[in-house]
Design a protein around this ligand. Structure first.
Ligand SMILES: Nc1ncnc2c1ncn2[C@@H]1O[C@H](COP(=O)(O)OP(=O)(O)OP(=O)(O)O)[C@@H](O)[C@H]1O
Length: 309
């Protein structure tokens, strides 16, 4: 449905986006995950035709949108990172203002405004001025505005940054519902891997302007297929026990915390050996858990850095 080919953006010396390739199939929810400054917003601004790429193309149902963006603009609902609302107007009037830009007939616009305000949970506050809204409510209104013209594709740029947990949970559930029940195509950017895990079926991991991994959630986690992370709770940390863990040929990393060690290994049956090492160094084991790799682990593995530094 939407295809991005070799998308590149240079701001003088900075290459913010470097030859990015990605696609969205109709009705799927795709995540763009990366730390601050990875180039997500710049990529999204080009995909939404807000800024022109230095190089590369954006194809929508096979047609090139870089030169003729109008068709894509009608098909996209964009929720930008920065709120675009009039604080002095009511929620409802904000929606009418933006709705009129799409030339919707007034009867239809009125119906859409009512429907969507219910959908985003702002129906009871529709006559209130936006300046009295919490951050989460403003964010939900921003999403409502993006949905007003019934877009085919909803593009969301970090829609939960800086809002309360209730609004965050509301937004995440709503995005899932839009995709599952209304077959809306979603492109969702975030630096919260747990959000992308919840909202998206497929994802691209972006770092320093480039896509460094792509696939379904399981495929991306499969990058660490051979590794597993084991946390070992102990009565007390012991330099001797730690040394033994580090000396093991199949343990690739050992991280010590108070009363706990986290090790990464590709060996399946390691429990007996851990018990023996603990016994021999007089450490009492309180528990052992094997954790499947998370997207955070994958990012750390690929870049050597945490998603949120
Ligand atoms: N208009 C601009 N002029 C110059 N540099 C820019 C401009 N817009 C973005 N950049 C730079 O491009 C890089 C990518 O920024 P971008 O905002 O796309 O990242 P991001 O992944 O969306 O991060 P964030 O979550 O912090 O918004 C950064 O180094 C940023 O400083």
């Amino acid at each position: 449905m939407l295809e991005v080919v070799n998308l590149t953006k240079r701001f003088k010396q900075i290459e913010a986006v470097k030859s990015v390739n990605l696609y969205l199939e109709k009705g799927e929810s795709v995540g763009l995950l990366g730390p601050n400054g990875a180039g997500k917003s710049t990529a999204i601004s080009m995909i939404s035709t807000l800024i022109k790429p230095t190089e590369g193309d954006v194809l929508y149902v096979g047609e090139n949108m870089v030169q003729h963006p109008k068709k894509l603009r009608l098909a996209i609902g964009l929720v930008p990172q920065d709120l675009a609302l009039f604080p002095q107007l009511t929620a409802e009037d904000n929606m009418f203002f933006f709705g009129k830009m799409y030339d919707l007939p007034s009867k239809e616009l009125k119906k859409r405004v009512e429907e969507i305000l219910i959908e985003v949970g702002l129906d009871e506050r529709k006559k209130d001025k936006v300046k009295s809204f919490s951050g989460g409510m403003k964010r939900r209104l921003n999403i409502a505005i993006a949905l007003i013209h019934k877009p085919q594709i909803l593009i969301m740029d970090e829609p939960t940054v800086g809002i309360d947990p209730q609004s965050r949970s509301f937004i995440l559930k709503m995005v899932r519902k839009l995709q599952r029940e209304e077959q809306m195509t979603i492109l969702y950017t975030s630096h919260y891997m747990e959000e992308v895990e919840y909202v998206c079926d497929r994802l691209y991991i972006m770092d320093r302007g480039s896509i460094i991994a792509a696939g379904t959630k399981d495929e991306v986690k499969g990058i660490l297929r051979t590794e597993q992370s084991i946390s070992i709770q102990v009565s007390h940390t012991s330099p001797l026990f730690e040394e033994r863990l580090k000396a093991h040929p199949n343990i690739t990393s050992v991280a010590a915390e108070p009363n706990q060690y986290t090790i990464v290994t590709h060996q399946d049956e390691l429990f007996d050996e851990i018990f023996n090492m603990a016994n021999e160094t007089s450490v009492k084991l309180l528990g052992i858990q094997v954790k499947p790799p998370s997207l955070e682990d994958v990012f750390l593995h690929l870049t050597g850095r945490k998603l949120r530094d």
